[in-house]
Design a binder for this molecule. Structure first.
Ligand code: TNX
Length: 494
């Protein structure tokens, strides 16, 4: 690309003639008096301070003097965006203008400022005493509003520090959604006040006898706030009516004979389930979803719905209807894996496609009835799949997923007959049956998450593999510097 190594590729980005802007200890940050914008400015000042070797001031008055990084909130009309751009996409739009005297980041919303700062981070290069930002002009907005990662913290448990590392990585790639798969057969990972035994009894286990853990309410709340400060929404997933062995273990009254089940530490899927006619089921679903909804700032509640392989179609539909009603009562928008498309869903619900080997006509039908679709086709976005057959960790039921597989695909083509406007966005997934450590999490994510991020942000006309390969190679030093291990895909000249 002519000049700016931004990833995901921006709508427009060009290098300009002239000297770079030098960020050093004399740099000032100027920001609009709007709390979230100030929060972005403080994060920026902190980053500059680290590079420049000392704190830099944040102020509100722009005296037009050189040496300032200015964060401006403009009317979206002041940004030359395509007419009719959806409001959620316009909110994340940004403009960056750099010359030797000033850096100006303009956005309609504070979240757009964050996206602009993430792009700026990628063009800045370390120099003696600080950073050099090449003269450039960027104007950008995302293609899709939902750009996320599903992280499975149920099969293996990952501490809040690791989750914060993942949030920072998402934000650096201008992704906006951290979907936490919080419950599964092997463990329950979120404090749920109405059913304390879920974490007292069913959080200590993980796959293979590894240690468990869970997010206490304050830890979860802190993660939600941290993520929001970086423009990332946390979407909690409580997986029902399948994948519930941990819940049945903690609350035996959820089983037909009341005898409960032993804990499970294997990696089979699809054997456990709720029972529509067991009296405790409805109250369990209601109370647990209400608890999690109450702790969650964002508008979404993911209810799983996948792989309930021991449930008949009628009982499955009854259970999903029960769950959907509670999500609605809790004032949230339902998200579910592709299987929920078979049930009746409120318009605006989100259906997440994962197994693109299946017949997806029910998903297209649900979209015609008003559902929207998140694309996580396993052969492209399942980052738990090995990048190559000899890779030491990961599964391979969907085949191998190398970097280029994660890059070269088109979201609008995954579901035959899907109206293009029904595509809400794209999400990668990292299941953790075989992933046990923070470093394994990051190595599975990098560099492939960058590929999925670009598919989610950039229009097909802006995407090309050779260009991506060059830009992703330019990011690797920043991962090294941040202490993030990554997989050296042989498809890139690092
Ligand atoms: C399928 S994807 C699952 C998960 C597994 C994953 C392993 C989905 C909705 N269900 O339960 O962890 O495959 O790749």
């Amino acid at each position: 690309m002519a000049g700016v190594p931004i990833l995901p590729a921006p709508v427009r980005g060009e290098r300009r003639a002239g000297r770079p802007f030098l960020v050093d200890a004399t740099t000032r940050v100027v920001v609009a008096e709007e709390p979230e914008a100030v929060c972005a400015a403080v994060l920026l000042a902190h980053r500059i301070g680290r590079a420049a070797g000392g704190p830099v001031p944040v102020g509100h008055r722009d005296d037009g003097e050189p040496g300032a990084v200015v964060l401006r909130l403009a009317e979206s009309g002041d940004l030359p965006l395509p007419p009719g751009l959806a409001p959620d996409l316009a909110a994340e739009a940004y403009r960056v203008e750099v010359d030797h005297a000033r850096v100006v980041v303009t956005a309609a919303e504070p979240v757009g400022l964050l996206r602009g700062l993430a792009a700026l981070d990628q063009v800045a290069v370390p120099v003696q005493g600080g950073l050099a930002v090449p003269s450039c002009a960027v104007l950008d907005h995302p293609r899709f509003a939902w750009r996320g990662l599903c992280l499975d913290v149920a099969r293996h448990w990952f501490a809040p520090e690791t989750l914060r590392d993942v949030v920072l990585l998402l934000a650096s790639l201008r992704m906006n959604t951290l979907h936490l798969h919080l419950t599964d057969d092997q463990g329950w990972r979120i404090e749920t006040p109405s059913r304390p035994r879920l974490t007292e009894v069913a959080a200590a286990t993980s796959v293979g006898g590894d240690p468990g853990g869970f997010l206490s309410r304050p830890e979860y709340a802190a993660l939600v706030v941290f993520a929001a400060a970086h423009g990332v929404t946390v979407v909690p997933e409580i997986d029902v009516p399948g994948h519930v062995n941990a819940a049945l273990h903690a609350y035996p009254e959820l089983t037909p004979d009341g005898a409960g089940v032993p804990p499970y530490t294997g990696i089979e899927v699809g054997f456990s389930r709720l029972h529509a006619d067991v009296p405790a089921t409805a109250a369990f679903v209601r109370d647990v979803l209400a608890d999690v909804a109450a702790m969650t700032e964002g508008p979404y509640l993911h209810v799983g719905g996948d792989e309930a392989l021991t449930l008949g179609a009628d009982e499955y539909a009854r259970l999903v209807a029960m769950v959907a009603e509670e999500v609605c009562r809790a004032g949230k928008t339902l998200v579910g894996w592709q299987e929920v498309a078979r049930a009746r869903l409120a318009p605006g619900s989100l259906v997440q496609v994962w197994d693109d080997r299946e017949d997806l006509s029910a998903v297209a039908d649900a979209a015609r009835r008003g559902a929207r679709v998140i694309l996580s086709p396993a052969r492209r976005t399942y980052l738990d799949q090995k990048p190559h057959a000899g890779f030491p960790v990961g599964l391979d039921w969907a085949g191998t997923v190398e970097l280029r597989d994660a890059y070269e695909w088109e979201p609008a083509d995954v579901v035959p007959g899907l109206p293009p406007a029904a595509v809400a966005g794209v999400e990668a997934a990292l299941w953790t049956e075989t992933i046990r450590t923070r470093d394994e999490v990051l190595t599975m994510l990098l560099p492939r998450l960058a590929a999925v991020a670009e598919v989610a942000w950039s229009e097909p006309g802006r995407r090309s593999w050779p260009d991506f390969a060059a830009r992703v190679a330019a990011l690797a030093p920043t991962w090294d510097e941040a202490g993030l291990p990554w997989y050296r895909s042989p498809q890139v000249d690092w």
